[in-house]
Write a protein of this length. Structure first.
Length: 44
């Protein structure tokens, strides 16, 4: 995951050509995990 995240950050910040992905990006996976935790905490 770390290597994928670093590649993604290079694409975003250095304007490199995106690599082909077969699923959600690391950013998308991290966002989904964050939203799951926030929703769980909101339920109490």
């Amino acid at each position: 995951m770390w290597a994928e995240l670093m590649d993604e950050l290079r694409e975003i910040h250095l304007g490199l050509k995106p690599k082909r992905r077969t699923g959600p990006s690391v950013g998308e996976r991290l966002q989904a995990a964050y939203e799951k935790v926030v929703a769980k905490r909101a339920k109490g």
